[in-house]
Write a protein that binds this ligand. Structure first.
Ligand SMILES: NC(=O)c1ccc[n+]([C@@H]2O[C@H](COP(=O)([O-])OP(=O)(O)OC[C@H]3O[C@@H](n4cnc5c(N)ncnc54)[C@H](OP(=O)(O)O)[C@@H]3O)[C@@H](O)[C@H]2O)c1
Length: 344
């Protein structure tokens, strides 16, 4: 297949491109800096992919029509992973990249006659959360988005808005599309590799440096995870499968509660896990005191992914099974992630 990938150079993107090229697909990476393609090819080879099946197309999610002079005309799939992924983003910048950019990618998929594989996030399946934000997923045009941006922070709000607007547009155009909704990404189940900018890495770093002395929330609080190699495998299958569901939740329901995740990481790091809990609201309040967030290296925005809603991964497991996607254990991914951190 000919597959265009945005965000190919990112953490998830690299594992995806390695898997796609190893499976003989031709990958075109939309890159802001295509001059980095040789380095990128070497990285992909290092991850078991085939650098010769990879080419670059200069483009930018922030430019009108992605800044493309000539869009590829014949593609089988377009995977949209590219995003501004950070806390404390300015609203307009987040909207430009994560909403307008996502719509431009959907238009590109339509023009090229390709399936759109749109990467959103697992919070889109948390109906109570959406309702508490005043979001009707069927009618994004009725949502008071400025209020949502104020409440959740610009990253999460722009991901929600981007996904819902793309869904609406893709349906109106009769596009072949699927939305893959990842939970927080954990390290590769074999190597434990996880980048320092990833949210789970930041949690682990806080644990290793003694900054995480209490567990946020209660024993009912969860931070669902998906190992990066499992997520990449699910996205590959979303490109290849004859028929796909509209939405695919990419998480492992076997992820222990937050207590258990922290305990597993602490074990791997050779540290004593914290035992006492701190209510999320109290922690959020503390983090809003000037200087505290920087000192604790924790952004208030990151806490919203810790919640009490539980999810099932039965449908995703069935999709993985019927498409031959290996399902590595999330506990092994956590063990390897902590090991890899320790040996840095
Ligand atoms: N990691 C998680 O836990 C998680 C969980 C749920 C959903 N997601 C979603 O998964 C996707 C990928 O996440 P990730 O962790 O791999 O992120 P990442 O490592 O931060 O990668 C982001 C990618 O987006 C590209 N990008 C950013 N701005 C761009 C622009 N203006 N034009 C073109 N490309 C641009 C970056 O390219 P450069 O190399 O040019 O910077 C990079 O390739 C995102 O959509 C994120 O919202 C991630």
């Amino acid at each position: 297949m000919n597959i265009l990938v945005t965000g190919a150079t990112g953490f998830i993107g690299r594992y995806l491109v390695a898997q796609l090229t190893a499976r003989q697909h031709q990958v075109i990476a939309l890159m802001r800096r295509p001059e980095g393609i040789d380095d990128f090819r070497r990285q992909i080879e290092g991850l078991g992919g085939n650098g010769l099946s990879l080419s670059a197309l200069q483009g930018d999610l922030d430019q009108p029509d992605l800044g493309l002079e000539h869009a590829p005309e014949s593609l089988d799939a377009v995977v949209h992973l590219g995003a501004r992924f950070a806390w404390k983003l300015p609203t307009e910048a987040a909207r430009q990249t994560n909403v307008e950019g996502a719509l431009a990618v959907a238009r590109l998929a339509h023009k090229a006659g390709a399936r759109l594989v749109m990467i959103s996030g697992f919070m889109l399946e948390n109906a109570a959360h959406l309702q508490s934000l005043g979001i009707d997923p069927e009618h994004p045009e009725t949502v008071d988005w400025p209020a949502v941006y104020r409440q959740t922070g610009a990253y999460e709000a722009s991901k929600l808005e981007g996904a819902l607007r793309v869904r609406q547009w893709a349906d109106s155009m009769g596009l072949d599309w699927i939305e893959v909704q990842p939970a927080t990404v954990s390290g590769h189940s074999q190597t434990g590799a996880l980048e320092s900018a990833q949210p789970l890495y930041q949690l682990m770093d806080n644990l290793a440096h003694g900054r995480l002395t209490m567990i946020p929330g209660t024993s009912a609080h969860q931070l669902p995870l998906v190992p990066v190699d499992l997520l990449a495998g699910l996205i590959v299958a979303a490109c290849e499968a004859q028929t796909v569901p509209r939405r695919l939740l990419a998480l492992d329901a076997e992820t222990p509660n937050l207590n258990g995740v922290i305990g597993q990481l602490a074990n791997g790091l050779g540290r004593k896990p914290p035992r006492r809990h701190m209510p999320i609201r109290v922690l959020q309040g503390l983090l809003r005191i000037p200087g505290v967030s920087a000192l604790m290296k924790t952004a208030p925005e990151s806490l919203q992914f810790i919640q009490t809603r539980t999810f099932s991964s039965d449908q995703t497991r069935e999709f993985a099974r019927s498409n031959g996607v290996a399902w590595p254990s999330v506990m092994q991914s956590l063990r390897q992630t902590a090991q890899a951190y320790r040996h840095l």
